[in-house]
Design a protein around this ligand. Structure first.
Ligand SMILES: [Zn+2]
Length: 198
């Protein structure tokens, strides 16, 4: 999908070449593949792809997006938690490119909560995830990062990491759990907020 965008005042060519990659359909086998390590972080092509994936994350109102979701089977995802139309209560963080990630430890404590996925449009489902995780990854500048994430951010990381392993969240749902539509999800959330107030 080509995007018309005001040319950047300093680097017109860069922005004129920028496009937002399309999401591949759920049935595409790339979404079920284990992705390959990224070996060329510093290359202009990879840096441009990271920019495009970040644009895609904002454009599709994601709180994260993984390279396989746009058909590129490499170990790279974007985390971009912040309130948007799809996740109005998401905590705010700086957008980050996560490359060749590893999950070092997972807390014994788990949380079951609803999550959605740009590759499964229109639905939410309950998934059990570790409450906190210790991770290592490389950022887009080639710097090794160690971090601990909790709650919603830890959930995003685990969800996006799964994409690199070829796992889509419905594969993690309990057998008796159901996918619900986003409309029903919002009714549920509003209902539980009302219950708390009453
Ligand atoms: Zn997803």
């Amino acid at each position: 999908m080509a995007v018309s965008k005001d040319p950047h005042p300093i680097n017109n060519i860069y922005y004129l070449n920028m496009s937002i990659p399309d999401l591949i359909p759920l049935e595409d086998p790339v979404l079920k593949q284990k992705a390959e390590l990224v070996t060329d972080i510093a290359s202009p092509g990879m840096q441009q792809f990271i920019d495009e994936l970040m644009e895609a994350c904002t454009h599709y109102e994601g709180v994260g997006i993984a390279a396989p979701q746009v058909g590129k089977s490499i170990r790279l995802f974007i985390m971009a938690s912040g309130p948007n139309l799809r996740y109005p209560d998401a905590p705010k963080m700086e957008m980050e490119a996560v490359i060749n990630p590893q999950i070092k430890t997972m807390s014994e404590e788990n949380i079951i909560d609803y999550e959605g996925c740009l590759s499964v449009p229109g639905y939410r489902g309950q998934v059990n995830r570790a409450e906190s995780i210790e991770v290592e990854y490389v950022n887009r500048n080639g710097v090794n990062v160690s971090a601990t994430f909790e709650g919603f951010i830890a959930r995003i990381f685990q969800h996006e990491y799964d994409h690199l392993e070829g796992i889509i969240y419905p594969m993690r749902m309990e057998e008796n759990a159901e996918l619900i539509t986003i409309d029903d999800y919002h009714k549920l959330v509003e209902g539980s907020l009302r219950d708390q107030e009453e």
